[in-house]
Ligand binder design. Sequence first.
Ligand SMILES: *[C@@H]1O[C@H](CO)[C@@H](O)[C@H](O)[C@H]1NC(C)=O
Ligand SMILES: *[C@@H]1O[C@H](CO)[C@@H](O)[C@H](O)[C@H]1NC(C)=O
Ligand SMILES: *[C@@H]1O[C@H](CO)[C@@H](O)[C@H](O)[C@H]1NC(C)=O
Ligand SMILES: *[C@@H]1O[C@H](CO)[C@@H](O)[C@H](O)[C@H]1NC(C)=O
Ligand SMILES: *[C@@H]1O[C@H](CO)[C@@H](O)[C@H](O)[C@H]1NC(C)=O
Length: 550
Amino acid sequence: MPVTNEIILHSFYLFALFSAFESKDNILFIVVDDLRPALGCYKDQMAYTPNIDTLAKNSILFNNAYVQQALCAPSRNSFLTSRRPDTLHLYDFYSYWRMAAGNFTTLPQHFKENGYHTKTIGKIFHPGIASNWSDDQPYSWSEAPYHPPTQHYKQASVCPQPDGTFGRNLVCPVEVKFQPGHSLPDLQSLEEATKFLHAQSNSTLLPFFLAVGFHKPHVPLKYPTKYRELHPLDSIHLPSAHWRPSFLPTVAWNPWTDLRERDDVAALNVSFPFGPIPDNYARLVIQSYYAAVSYIDDLVGQLLSELEAAGLLNTTIILLIGDHGWSMAEHGEWSKYSNFEVSVRVPFILRVPGLTDSFKFQHKEYLSSSVLVELVDIFPTLAELAGLPIVPPLCPVNSSLVKLCTEGVSVVPVIQDAVFRKVQGIETRNRYLERKWKTGVFSQYPRPGVFPTLKPNSDKPRLKQIKIMGYSLRTLRYRYTEWALFDRQNFKPDWKYVIARELYDHQLDPAENMNVADRSFMSETVHVLSKQLRAGWRYSLPKHMLTRSN
Ligand SMILES: *[C@@H]1O[C@H](CO)[C@@H](O)[C@H](O)[C@H]1NC(C)=O
Ligand SMILES: *[C@@H]1O[C@H](CO)[C@@H](O)[C@H](O)[C@H]1NC(C)=O
Ligand SMILES: *[C@@H]1O[C@H](CO)[C@@H](O)[C@H](O)[C@H]1NC(C)=O
Ligand SMILES: *[C@@H]1O[C@H](CO)[C@@H](O)[C@H](O)[C@H]1NC(C)=O
Ligand SMILES: *[C@@H]1O[C@H](CO)[C@@H](O)[C@H](O)[C@H]1NC(C)=O
């Protein structure tokens, strides 16, 4: 082969690929509230997200990324501390881990303690007790958290209705100029982020860790009307099965109470807990979810333009995730609050300068990986990519006194493997690593009883109401869930009392419509998966981590 520039570049590149990171790159961490992979780059046909798709072209996409619990506060505290709900003792909104579980170092705090300027805009930590009413200040952030003032009108009656009045609706396209404060929270967050990035350009300041938390597409689906025009109603369709599967245990059902509270949904008189939202209204809700996602996509595009204009694109690692998914009529369900794939799977898009962007991947396919990853993996991954002196080590079994450790795994080797294969022109799907990496990932969801209830609200029981925990294991092929009695004093399940099981074979039933846990021909599979589930996340770690933790 002649020595071409390409080969020189290539060798240089492979060298860069496998040398240690010492970049001190900036971090831009974008968290989108309630965003499932309803994005063009995740092959969602109804999505219109050109800006995030462009970001994805220079990034690695994780196709199998899962949250630890499909509820804002527990999920966020989990990925921000890299520990799981059972370690944080947080399954609701009402405790602060530093008081309830241990004085654990957070992701932004670790960057701050290593010379970064850290800033939060919008919703990163869940507000309220879960972050001590302060977004974990003074520990996590170098300056006061920014919250957009118009978030104050979150619950206000501002959604125009056909009769000229205003309601507290779920479906809520608005004219921004007629809104209180003449703006919307995410528009204000973008302005704040823009200001921050301007100040960083030219600067010889510290490297920064900027976290931007967009509030939409969380309910209410309030967004500028123009984004609805991108999603004409005749292009919106319901999932093929949008009713309650017959073998679904009642404990698994979440009655989407947050939707029922909205005026427009309440007016439909949908019966509790299983009654369906009528198809014609369901279409409007789905349309507005996609419209709200297009709105956020536009803001992400503007944010990235600002980053580029400030000359920072090549020195900033960008990560975009959702904090959990959202059901859109799948199983006749809505919202989060469950262990279904649609609730726990999220987009995970990571752009690493000089790694995922430098070769022009001029293929139609995105650079992607199908290994199983979890949001607890974010902390060690970003620490390694930025070359921080300490990448948090794996937590010991009892970690309440260990400030800095992780219950996840850095995915840097996965990125290197994916890039290497792409550069070498080897088949893009890294099957080999899939089997070498995590053999299972874990999510969980609490319930106050076996049947859906309004009081207590079975979608979001408080700690003192929790009686049952659904533990869910996702392997490359299956989702397996056991709903067991839960000891809320010791934060442990009692596997002697399993109330229900669910098993979905993703090879045959990717939409999880057919619970086959009780079929006799699946009993061996159930047995094996049950063992893996009960052994817990440590026993599903990649082999190199297993040996390290022994
Ligand atoms: C918790 O840790 C932080 C630093 O990580 C320290 O400043 C603070 O004093 C600690 N608090 C307690 C109660 O130990
Ligand atoms: C939580 O906030 C309160 C009131 O601001 C403060 O007194 C307390 O020290 C904070 N807790 C921790 C662990 O920092
Ligand atoms: C950066 O520096 C250039 C040249 O000195 C100047 O024109 C520009 O206004 C500066 N940008 C900011 C945001 O300070
Ligand atoms: C819902 O119930 C109310 C009161 O029972 C009734 O006035 C209204 O017409 C019902 N709406 C629909 C859509 O059935
Ligand atoms: C960023 O990197 C790309 C490729 O590595 C290069 O072509 C481009 O000029 C760089 N841009 C800046 C602003 O440094």
